[in-house]
Design a binder for this molecule. Structure first.
Ligand SMILES: O=C(CO)[C@H](O)[C@H](O)COP(=O)(O)O
Length: 234
């Protein structure tokens, strides 16, 4: 079974278990979420569900529009019933690395407004410690003028290596949906206190957000190679 099928089974399971009529639904970003929106659109049509969808990125907004789902925003729906999102890695404490797709800021805002954050992922994202499987590091979204001092400060505090994320089909850096840059921090110490790291990195002036989601995720669904789904709760 392909990795894509593993993403699909996890996404379908989460949507089937968590989405109900009259619910405000946070739509995550990334390739796994594409399957969740597909399934949601099917259910909305078949079951006439009333669901308002709040996007976490430009990509998520396009998906909502493409499937003719009802688009909402935090101004009108500041409390979200459930958000379903992907992750780059989930450790045994349900701490997440997110932002591989560069959407961490809006994803974290939406997660913070959600009664439940549910992760959908294939089996390669299921780890014991952060960094066991995901080798691209923790994304940090920064104000462009401050990327060099922020990089130096994070390295002085915690070590490792930091790269300014480069665009693929454009010369120069990736620019996020919010007009910022992304630093990818390849940490070497896997035993850091991630809650403390989350707070202290966010305190550096110019840091907009860090892709560490600590104590935010209540449940994760991991699609397996043979097509089953493994569930893990916080
Ligand atoms: O955090 C994210 C984007 O910022 C994604 O949720 C994460 O990168 C997982 O993506 P995929 O489902 O494509 O593996």
């Amino acid at each position: 079974m392909s990795l894509e099928k593993a993403k699909q089974v996890a996404a379908f399971r989460a949507v089937d278990e968590f989405v109900k009529s009259d619910c405000v639904f946070g739509v995550g970003s990334g390739s796994t979420v594409v399957y969740a929106v597909q399934r949601l659109a099917e259910r909305v049509e078949l079951e006439h569900l009333k669901v308002v969808c709040i996007p976490t990125s430009f990509q998520a907004k396009q998906l909502i529009l493409k499937h003719n789902l009802k688009l909402g925003e935090l101004d009108t729906n500041p409390i979200i019933d459930v958000t379903i999102d992907g992750a780059d890695e989930v450790d045994s404490n349900m701490t997440l690395i997110k932002g591989g797709g560069g959407c961490l800021l809006q994803e974290k805002i939406i997660a913070s407004c959600s009664k439940a954050l549910i992760v959908i992922a294939d089996y390669t994202k299921d780890s014991v410690k952060l960094g066991d499987r995901y080798k691209k590091g923790i994304p940090i979204e920064v104000i462009p003028m401050a990327y060099v001092p922020i990089k130096n400060k994070v390295l002085a505090m915690y070590g490792g290596e930091i790269k300014l994320r480069s665009a693929i089909a454009k010369a120069g850096p990736v620019v996020t949906d919010n007009g910022n840059f992304i630093l990818d921090w390849m940490f070497t110490n896997q035993d850091l206190d991630w809650e403390q790291v989350n707070t202290s990195v966010k305190m550096i002036p110019g840091v907009v957000e860090i892709g560490l989601f600590v104590k935010m995720c209540s449940k994760a669904y991991f699609g397996q190679p043979e097509g089953t789904v493994v569930e893990r709760s916080a």
